[in-house]
Write a protein that binds this ligand. Structure first.
Ligand SMILES: [Zn+2]
Length: 78
């Protein structure tokens, strides 16, 4: 398992997501952003919009995914 924070994934806080793969933490971040914005947290709105845009335009977002996966791969195991 590895840990990536909301901030490492483009968000504004230090909440930690744990997962076996980059996809796990990206999905956890997506859920976290949705929940934060739903709860009225405006600080998470820009990151939420960015993430929403990535799902809509996956090809344009390949670079971001590659960077996130690279960052995940370089993290030490917990
Ligand atoms: Zn956050």
């Amino acid at each position: 398992m590895k840990t990536m924070t909301c901030r490492q994934l483009g968000g504004p806080c230090d909440l930690e997501h744990r997962g076996e793969s980059a996809d796990d933490v990206i999905n956890a971040q997506d859920r976290h952003l949705k929940e934060a914005v739903k709860a009225g947290d405006t600080a998470h709105e820009p990151a939420r919009e960015d993430m929403r845009g990535r799902w809509k335009h996956p090809k344009k977002s390949l670079g971001w995914y590659r960077d996130a996966k690279q960052a995940f791969a370089e993290l030490p195991e917990d």
